[in-house]
Design a protein around this ligand. Structure first.
Ligand SMILES: [Zn+2]
Length: 830
């Protein structure tokens, strides 16, 4: 059965008004299925007409519409026809549903640490019908009243406040009107910590085996939550509307977090079982703020259809970074945005599949969801930063508050948002939206400098080679005794195709010129040759974190565009990273060097030299006086790039707790990364992996062991991993991901090439395994480093297969674009 089509959703929304759902879940029916009874009360504007309800049961026991039984055998895929509606209707559906192992629907997880069982529901974007019968589209909102039966020792948390629980029977208050994709319930022998802020009851929840971590992290989680609530309440007229605010950390979650009103779920890796860098704490604070912003953008006012996903995500993204920076002690979030997050969006915006930020006119949920990417998040947020820079905070938030007031508990589209902003600001917001939200691709902003023979700047022009207006700051610096001294930042308004002179920086005697210095806009930048030369000499001496982030991001961009030899990027890293002071930059540069430069762009001897350069840089950072986060990021890089007898002996020592660099601990995450490195080099066998797994059983061990087994270089281990990857239901979503991550870590080129060709013969099978598994197989397992021409040909043939689902096609097409880029980089410099 195809996903819901937009045309069908439009008809159903016109026809129906849903008054409410009562949902009863029986969670005591064993490991495979749960009972789900739903009563839906709804009105129909055209009595006598027909519609359908969405449900995906294992068994449909009973369906009764207005007292009349419906034929349960008439269930067609995930739809049941509802004929002859009255003005007011009541539908009863009794069914048994399947638990999920892919994080889609009601996911069931057995904790390897203590065999306790946990459940949580993921209903977005169109998975609610795996949990209860419903009209599953964002613009049919209704209150949901949940009751549930569960084992006695369990705690349940859901969108509504719990009002009664005895003998394993739970009742929750009716929610405000919400979209079905925002329903959740989290269940199991949870460990909980409760608090309160400004009259809002707060709860934090996690698996029992993470009790110590939750207790340790709770003060910081509450602190960020409280600060974020205060700031949101300053910015928005409407107070937080959903009663209690619970944050649950759940296992095997597919995304970072999900903004269910009153009950946000996070992947429980965010509880940091291992030591974490400051930048990881900062990103978590940003995610907390992001989900809280969703309570307004997405939950209170929801996009009418999925092609306006940006109305949820771009705002939450922009406010998540902004609120964390403004209101919590994590004030450096924008550095991470510049050097890490935006790369995700720039990459997406330069692939063939790029799309406008807003309103793509997609027909089905499945098509819309492939745009759940760096464009909807990072680019959308950057576009909004431009909008704020142009309108000013006052008009921007006045517009937003009018938008909320007009669509409270309802749905909206791009024109509604623009109308509210235009009214509040009196500006041509529609023209702005045409160029920023309705177009795709990245503009290039180029600095053109004229210089005297001694390098003195005599004229400076910034050129907008794109079609959008940009409001940027151009930074000018002098280099004096190895120090980089700022001499001015000039605001420049660059119309489409415009060239703007910046005489102020010439007069100030600037030598190094940085367009988009404070990273206000979304654009590629190109420095003049002399400035770039100065950057290679002085990058680490630039004082401002965001400016360094912009320059590192530009170097990354030059490598990807085959304008800079990847080996030169590594020189830059080796020269300047040891003096770097921002965790986010150290992490981003080491990761790009490891994953892209060494992992893809370099081959043969150059690859070996690249790996050695990362190793030297990591050890220089470890020997330096950077903060704990920087040293931890360096230790991770040292572990992942270990090679040669001496370093492997050192690595084995670290895993035994010997000679670990001062102030650092080898937690489970790093331990398993080290074991995976040893496994890929053939320095570990199955017995040792089993012993490690038994040593401290838990989620990390389970994932780590799967990754290690797939990383073993022998042919038998590879064949086993391959068979498991392509056997439906052999593994959960995250075990499959771990296996896919390990698979390409070892093996000679001949063996890898052979598997790459087999990959494209079989990848079509993933189309039948749901979007999440298709993503793991279509993206995580994609042979990104196998860039021979016959592999590219095989990839193109696989893409010609008409049977691919939208998400699988998109994953394969994007990775194939990246493969072409890898070939171009290699061709340019080898
Ligand atoms: Zn979001």
């Amino acid at each position: 059965m195809p996903a819901l089509q937009r045309a069908e959703a439009t008809v159903r929304a016109r026809l129906l008004e849903v008054h409410g759902y009562t949902v009863d879940l029986d969670l005591t029916r064993g490991p495979d299925r749960f009972g789900s009874t739903a009563v839906i009360r709804f009105g129909c504007t055209e009595p006598g007409s027909d519609t359908f309800v969405d449900l995906e049961p294992a068994t449909l026991h009973r369906a009764v519409l207005n007292g009349q039984p419906l034929d349960v055998a008439a269930l067609d895929g995930n739809r049941l026809a509802l004929p002859g509606l009255r003005a007011e209707n009541e539908l009863l559906i009794e069914a048994e549903m399947r638990y999920s192992r892919t994080g889609e629907g009601l996911h069931r997880y057995t904790d390897p640490a203590d065999d306790a069982v946990y459940l949580y529901a993921t209903c977005g974007p169109d998975l609610a019908a795996k949990v209860f019968a419903c009209f599953d589209q964002p613009d049919l909102k209704a209150p949901i009243t949940l009751t549930a039966t569960a084992p006695d020792e369990w705690t349940l948390v859901s969108n509504g406040a719990p009002v009664k629980s005895e003998g394993g029977h739970w009742e929750f208050a009716a929610t405000k009107p919400i979209s079905t994709y925002l329903f959740t319930v989290v269940a199991g022998p949870l460990h909980s910590v409760y608090g309160e802020h400004d009259g809002i009851p707060l709860g934090l929840h996690a698996r029992r085996s993470l009790a110590a971590e939750l207790d340790r992290e709770a003060p910081e989680l509450f602190e960020v939550t409280a600060a974020s609530f205060d700031r949101l309440h300053e910015l928005f007229d409407e107070r937080y509307p959903f009663g209690e605010y619970h944050q649950a950390f759940v296992p095997e979650f597919n995304w970072g977090a999900m903004e269910n009103p009153g009950c946000v779920v996070f992947r429980d890796e965010m509880l940091f079982r291992s030591p974490a860098t400051f930048s990881e704490h900062e990103r978590r604070a940003m995610v907390i703020c992001h989900e809280m912003a969703h309570m307004w953008f997405g939950d209170l006012v929801t996009m009418r259809w999925w092609d306006d996903l940006w109305l949820n995500e771009s705002f939450a993204e922009m406010l998540g970074y902004r609120i964390a920076a403004e209101s919590t002690r994590f004030t450096g979030t924008w550095t991470g945005f510049s050097v890490q997050r935006k790369g995700w969006g720039y990459d997406a915006d330069q692939r063939a599949s790029t799309h406008p930020v807003a309103g793509n006119g997609t027909r089905s949920v499945a098509e819309a969801m492939v745009n759940f990417d760096g464009i909807s998040y990072a680019k959308g947020a950057s576009a909004l930063r431009q909008l704020v820079a142009w309108l000013g905070d006052e008009a921007f938030f006045a517009g937003l508050n009018a938008y909320f007031a007009d669509h409270l508990y309802g749905n909206a589209e791009l024109p509604d948002f623009l109308a509210a902003l235009a009214a509040a600001s009196g500006r041509d917001v529609h023209g702005w939206a045409e160029s920023w939200l309705r177009t795709s691709g990245v503009d290039t902003l180029r600095a053109e400098a004229e210089r005297a023979d001694d390098g003195t700047l005599t004229a400076l022009t910034v050129v907008n080679e794109g079609e959008r207006p940009h409001l940027i700051e151009v930074g000018g610096y002098r280099v004096e005794d190895g120090r980089v001294v700022p001499v001015g930042r000039v605001a420049v308004e660059l119309g489409p195709g415009r060239r703007v002179a910046v005489p102020a920086l010439v007069e100030a005697g600037a030598q190094l010129i940085v367009p988009n210095d404070s990273d206000l806009t979304w654009a590629k930048i190109r420095l003049d040759a002399h400035s770039w030369q100065l950057v290679t000499e002085t990058l680490s001496a630039v004082e401002d974190d965001v400016t360094r982030a912009v320059l590192w991001a530009q170097a990354r961009d030059l490598v990807r565009d085959a304008e800079l030899d990847p080996a030169v990027y590594l020189d830059l890293m080796e020269r300047h990273l040891p003096a770097e002071t921002a965790d986010a930059i150290v992490e981003a540069v080491l990761t790009f060097a490891h994953v892209h430069v060494v992992g893809r762009y370099l081959t043969g001897d150059r690859r070996a030299a690249g790996s050695a350069a990362i190793s030297r840089t990591a050890r220089a950072l470890l020997a330096g006086d950077g903060g704990q986060g920087i040293r931890l990021a360096a230790l991770r890089a040292a572990v992942e790039s270990s090679g040669g007898e001496e370093q492997l002996a050192e690595l084995r020592g670290w895993l035994n707790g010997e000679d670990v660099p001062a102030g650092l601990l080898v937690g489970p995450e790093l331990r398993w990364a080290g074991l995976a490195r040893l496994a890929s080099l053939g320095e570990l066998d199955e017995h040792r992996i089993a012993a490690e797994l038994a040593r401290e059983p838990g989620t990390e061990a389970e994932f780590g062991a799967a990754r290690c087994r797939a990383a073993l270089p022998d042919a038998e281990a590879k064949a086993r991993a391959w068979r498991d990857l392509f056997t439906p239901d052999a593994m959960s979503n995250r075990l499959l991901e771990a296996t896919a991550r390990g698979f390409w870590a070892s093996g000679d080129d001949t063996a890898k090439s052979a598997y790459a060709l087999r990959y494209f013969e079989r990848i079509g099978e993933a189309a039948h395994r749901g979007d999440i598994i298709a993503r793991q197989l279509g993206e995580t397992l994609y042979p990104v480093a196998q860039a021979a021409s016959e592999v590219l040909t095989a990839a193109e043939q696989a893409l010609a297969d008409q049977e691919l689902t939208p998400s699988l096609r998109r994953n394969l097409a994007d990775c194939t674009d990246d493969l072409r880029r890898t070939r171009a980089v290699r061709a340019a410099f080898e």
